[in-house]
Each structure stands twice: as structure tokens, then as C-alpha cells.
Write a protein that binds this ligand. Structure first.
Ligand SMILES: *[C@@H]1O[C@H](CO)[C@@H](O)[C@H](O)[C@H]1NC(C)=O
Ligand SMILES: *[C@@H]1O[C@H](CO)[C@@H](O)[C@H](O)[C@H]1NC(C)=O
Length: 354
């Protein structure tokens, strides 16, 4: 019942079919760079075929009788809107028509990356905005921009605009600065995306921007360390911290060990066996982004006291050697100095091994 009504409806709306033809275009759709040539074949089939031709705003091929296939040959596509049609004419004067779908494209004149905003060096944890300016590109609807950092895409954006004429487009991305970004390159790439099987036009990239990210000092070892004195070996207190700009260091040592030079800028202190002193040694690393303090609690090994005291008793003044970047740094006036009496008066026996 429904089927009958439906077929009746079709018979009523459809054209009466006296003869039929099929027109096929190869390729059925084309993407051509503005100004480039375009070739397409048209093939018609019908038992009543009179001839085939092409029509287009840049010239066509007049109706060619007694043939079933003609080629459209445009030497330069110089129109943004270009819609050639192939037509086949039948003996009774009927025609069938097929459109060639042409996308005329143009790669941008330039793709450029603006300096990040806010201006100035990037600061860890702060958001910044980058802008990519794409000039004179067509069509805008299948334009995408890739933000690439190192070898990975950090953000993808696409234009939602419709239009076939060249336009300027800008894209922005908001990113948060991380210390791992320091020293890396970031850039944007404009890409025209066609249907699958369409041309693969390589993206056009901007110059890259080298990121400098400022961040506060962070110690590369725990912020608090408990270190045991060993009678016969030297003890190294490591205070190295990562930071941008490079941190400056200062040391605050037990009052029995006096700093001769207040401006020491050292990543690590080495206490030689002859001058082991328990107590708290603080190291401060600082840069424009912050200040961090690390403490070393130096303890005595139990039972080592007699030997330790004897050792100290036999010395009137000692120096501490400081190691900088693998080099021993010794100044004639001594970098640390110790007064025996200070030690005996001020430092009670510490808690022993922990
Ligand atoms: C940060 O990157 C710059 C190059 O942009 C480099 O000179 C500097 O050593 C880097 N700093 C750190 C702490 O990684
Ligand atoms: C644009 O992209 C869509 C989705 O991938 C695709 O269907 C369409 O054919 C593309 N347009 C052009 C002109 O390539």
C-alpha cells in the first residue's frame, strides 16, 4: 500500500524517461593552485548520444559530435570561483550535465609568529599568549594552524570561516610556561587540508621563537639532609640547585666554623677529615625568581667522640676546603676557619647515628 503511494509520487514528480545518459568526470573533483593549469576528462555513455562538450568561465570545448569523451584543458586557473560543466547531448535534444568540483587554493604569502604577550621573558607557571598571522591564504574554510614545540604539536586550531577568496587569518594560543620549555623552539604552521585523496600540500611554517623560561632555584637533592661524620673521610655538602637565571649560593655554618669570605658563591662545601664539626649547615640558593634554603644536619658517629676530640684538641686553627665545580678552591686566608675554644664551649655531643 505505502509502496504504491510512494511509487506513484515518484512517477508524478520525476521527468518522464524517454532516453538516458551518464556523464562521468575524471577526476570528479580537483584542487588547483591559483594560476596553475587544470586537466579533466569527461566521458558520456548513452545509446542515443549525439555529442559531448565542456563549458567554463575560462573557456570550454564546444559540443563535439560522434564522440563520447572530451578533455578540458585550462592553461591557468585565474578565478577563485571556477565551476566547469561537462554536458552530453542526446539525439532527441535532451542533455545531461555534470559539474567538476574545483577548489582553487593559494598558500599564504607569509606565516609569522608574534612575540609572546605579555612581553619579556616567560616566567614559570604564568600564562602567555602567542599569535600566528597568516597572510593572503585561500580557501579559509579548510585552513588549520599547528603549534609545534620541539617535535610535538602542542595545539591545533582550524578556521571555521567559509569563503573562496584569499583572506588574512590570525590564530592565538594561550600556554603556561614550564621550566622544561626553557631553551626549546616553538613555531606555527599553516596547512590547507583537502579531502582524503586530495593533494597533500606541505605546510608553511613561521620562524621559530626560542623560549627562555625563568624559574626559582630547586635543589637537585632533598631540601633537608642528615649527614654522619666519618672520622677519616672528607664530607661533601651538595647544595646544587636548578634555576633560571643560574642561582647564587651562600652558606650559613655553625658558629664554631667561621666564614672568612662572606660572598662565597659555591654549590658545595667540602669538610676535610681534620675539621669535622657537627651542627647545622645551611645553604641558600637564590635568583631573581626566588630564594630556597637547604639544611644539612651533620651528626657525629657514636663512639667516635674521643678520637674526634683528640683530633680537634691537637689543632689550633684549620681550614676547610671548598670544592667548586670539581676544582679545589683554596684561598691563602682560608675559606672557613675554626677556633678550637669555640668548638669545645659551644658544641655539645650530638645525638649519635640516626
Ligand atoms: C635556558 O635556555 C637558555 C637558552 O635559551 C640557555 O642558555 C640556558 O642555559 C637555559 N637555562 C637553564 C637553566 O636550563
Ligand atoms: C574540507 O574538509 C572537509 C572535512 O575533512 C572535507 O570534507 C572537504 O572536502 C574539505 N574541503 C576541501 C575544499 O578540501
Amino acid at each position: 500500500m505505502w509502496f504504491l503511494i510512494f511509487s506513484g509520487f515518484l512517477a508524478w514528480t520525476g521527468k518522464p524517461v524517454t532516453s538516458s545518459c551518464v556523464v562521468e568526470i575524471d577526476p570528479p573533483r580537483a584542487a588547483v593552485r591559483y594560476g596553475n593549469p587544470l586537466l579533466a576528462d569527461c566521458k558520456a555513455s548513452s545509446d542515443q548520444l549525439h555529442g559531448v562538450g565542456w563549458e567554463s568561465s575560462l573557456g570550454g570545448v564546444s559540443l563535439t559530435p560522434n564522440t563520447s569523451s572530451v578533455t578540458l584543458n585550462i592553461t591557468a586557473v585565474t578565478q577563485w570561483k571556477f565551476k566547469p560543466q561537462c554536458y552530453a547531448t542526446l539525439n532527441d535534444g535532451d542533455q545531461c550535465i555534470e559539474n567538476l568540483h574545483v577548489t582553487v587554493f593559494k598558500m599564504p604569502d607569509s606565516v609569522s609568529l608574534a612575540q609572546p604577550t605579555p612581553v619579556g621573558p616567560l616566567v614559570e607557571g604564568k600564562q602567555y599568549r602567542l599569535r600566528c598571522d597568516i597572510v593572503n591564504v585561500a580557501p579559509a574554510d579548510n585552513l588549520s594552524v599547528h603549534w609545534v614545540q620541539g617535535n610535538k604539536i602542542v595545539h591545533l586550531d582550524g578556521s571555521k570561516e567559509n569563503g573562496i577568496h584569499p583572506v588574512d587569518k590570525s590564530f592565538v594560543v594561550d600556554l603556561t610556561a614550564s621550566r622544561n620549555d626553557n631553551g626549546s623552539q616553538i613555531w606555527c604552521e599553516a596547512k590547507l587540508n583537502f579531502w582524503s585523496g586530495g593533494p597533500n600540500v606541505p605546510p608553511m611554517r613561521s620562524k621559530s621563537y626560542e623560549m627562555t623560561v625563568l624559574y626559582p632555584p630547586t635543589f637537585t637533592s632533598p631540601d633537608n639532609e642528615i649527614v654522619e661524620l666519618q672520622a677519616a673521610s672528607k664530607l661533601t655538602l651538595k647544595c646544587a640547585a636548578a634555576g633560571n637565571p643560574a642561582p647564587a649560593y651562600s652558606w650559613d655554618v655553625p658558629h664554631s666554623v667561621k666564614l672568612a669570605n662572606k660572598d662565597l658563591n659555591l654549590q658545595q662545601a667540602v669538610l676535610m677529615p681534620s675539621i669535622h664539626f657537627p651542627g647545622v649547615y645551611n645553604c641558600t640558593a637564590s635568583n631573581s625568581q626566588g630564594t630556597k634554603t637547604k639544611s644539612f644536619t651533620v651528626t657525629e658517629v657514636k663512639g667516635d667522640r674521643t678520637m674526634f676530640a683528640a683530633l680537634v684538641g691537637g689543632i689550633t686553627a684549620v681550614g676547610v676546603l671548598l670544592l667548586v665545580a670539581g676544582l679545589f678552591f683554596v684561598t691563602p686566608d682560608g675559606t672557613f676557619s675554626c677556633i678550637k675554644g669555640d668548638y669545645l664551649r659551644g658544641q655539645p655531643t650530638s645525638s649519635g647515628p640516626v
